[in-house]
Each structure stands twice: as structure tokens, then as C-alpha cells.
Design a protein around this ligand. Structure first.
Ligand code: GLP
Length: 236
């Protein structure tokens, strides 16, 4: 695991953007994350992406809430449209997320997993949950997991409730890439900012790979870079 230290959120976002732009010509499929963490990175990338021909580029997102239709304002599809896809000239058909309202969710997981393997992810962007989750792989997850349905922990629902009108509106389940799905990408870049992420960052870096901190499984990958600001790295 390589660690790049940034001073604050803004610096983390800029460093992440330069890191990705240096490799941009080799990225055909990029794995994207939602949450507040990569927002600044996307803002940094937009002016560059607006000048690129993105006709052949594909994106795959880590996860989607079960029960929220793609049109729902809190669906990760809408979040990504707002944060990035509507701002750049990428064919929407090339931007992939799991369908949280598929009639057969197990089949949807298989379809999404197969699509990811067909496209092959060149670089996967990750955030991290306060409990060490990546995507929606919560503590206890199987290290061999592929795309699957998860029951969200109350901690994660609470953390994500800030985006919803009321806490009860936060879905109880999600579809997420599994640990193996994430580890299959050629390169991984994980971003973290703020003191509330410091314990998760410590556990990820210092613990042996184990399910109590899903991000610790990233140690099984040869090409992981973490970009952390001063507050998130305070315990390292
Ligand atoms: C959600 C997402 C994760 C994200 C995490 C942290 O649970 N599924 O992909 O990393 O939140 O979010 P934030 O970046 O807002 O702290």
C-alpha cells in the first residue's frame, strides 16, 4: 500500500485528480464511488474530461441502494449523474450501476459481476466507511465475495442519512461489488478525509486482512494507493 499524504480535503482531491490524469490514457474503464469523499475529485476532473472524447470510456459504480429506482433523487445513479455524468460528454449507456429495483436481484448481481469482468476495471476509486467498509462491504463480509446484496449496518444507515429527508428513508439493503470484484481491478485508489475516518485508516493499514475491517483485504492487492489528509492519517 502506498500512502500519499495530503493536507486537507481540497489537497486530497487535487492529488487524486493528478494521480488519475497521469494514468488517464491507460484507463478505458474506471470504477467510481459515491459518498462525499470523491466529490472534490470529480470537480477537479470535470474540466479535463470536458475536453476528452469519452465515446469509448466506460464507468462502473461500486454500489446502489435496493429499492431506489434510477430516477429516485437519492439513488446512486442520480447522485452520479449530478456529480459527474451530466457535466461531461460520456454516453450514459457507458455508465454502469447495479439496478436496485431489478425484479430478480440475485440475477442482477450476476449480470453486474459479469459486466465488470467483461469490461475489466483499469482503476477503481474507493472511499471508506467509518467502520472500514468499502463499497457497501460491511464488517463480516466474505473475502471471496462477488457482487451481492447486503443488509446495511445501522451505523452506515445513520452515516448516510444526511442525504435523505429522514433516517427511516435510508434503504436497509444495497447491491455492492464484493471484495473479490474490487480486488480484480488493475489498480485501486482509496481516498479518505477527516478525523472520523482515522480509525478505519489505521485498521486498514495496520491490521492483518480480516473481515472486521473490510478495507484491510486491500492488502491482498499489489497496486493500492491511499490518499489521506492530515486528519484521516492522525493515528497512523
Ligand atoms: C457509502 C458508500 C461508500 C463510501 C462511504 C463513505 O456507504 N457506499 O462507497 O465510501 O459511504 O462515504 P463518505 O465519502 O460520504 O464518507
Amino acid at each position: 500500500m502506498r500512502i500519499i499524504h495530503a493536507t486537507d480535503y481540497d489537497d486530497m482531491s487535487k492529488r487524486a485528480a493528478s494521480y488519475i490524469l497521469e494514468r488517464f490514457k491507460d484507463i478505458h474503464t474506471i470504477g467510481l464511488a459515491t459518498g462525499g469523499t470523491p466529490k472534490g475529485l470529480y470537480e477537479q476532473l470535470i474540466p479535463f474530461l470536458q475536453k476528452q472524447d469519452l465515446t469509448n470510456m466506460h464507468t462502473v459504480n461500486l454500489d446502489e441502494y435496493v429499492g431506489l429506482a434510477p430516477e429516485h433523487p437519492n439513488s446512486y445513479r442520480q447522485v452520479m449523474n449530478k456529480l459527474l455524468f451530466n457535466e461531461v460528454d460520456i454516453p450514459l449507456a457507458n455508465t454502469h450501476l447495479p439496478n436496485g429495483v431489478a425484479s430478480d436481484l440475485e440475477e442482477e448481481c450476476k449480470r453486474y459481476e459479469a459486466l465488470i469482468h467483461f469490461l475489466g476495471v483499469d482503476l477503481q476509486i474507493l472511499g471508506i466507511g467509518e467502520n472500514g467498509h468499502i463499497g457497501f462491504n460491511e464488517p463480516g463480509v466474505d473475502k471471496n465475495s462477488k457482487t451481492h446484496i447486503v443488509k446495511l449496518t445501522e451505523e452506515t444507515r445513520e452515516a448516510n442519512s444526511r442525504y435523505f429527508k429522514q433516517r427511516e428513508d435510508v434503504p436497509t439493503h444495497a447491491i455492492t461489488m464484493g471484495i473479490q470484484t474490487i480486488l480484480a481491478s488493475k489498480e485501486i485508489v482509496l481516498l479518505a478525509s477527516g478525523e472520523h475516518k482515522a480509525q478505519a485508516i489505521y485498521d486498514m493499514v495496520h491490521l492483518e486482512p480480516n473481515p472486521t475491517c473490510p478495507a484491510s483485504f486491500l492488502k491482498h492487492h499489489k497496486n493500492v494507493t491511499i490518499i489521506v489528509d492530515t486528519k484521516a492519517s492522525v493515528k497512523l
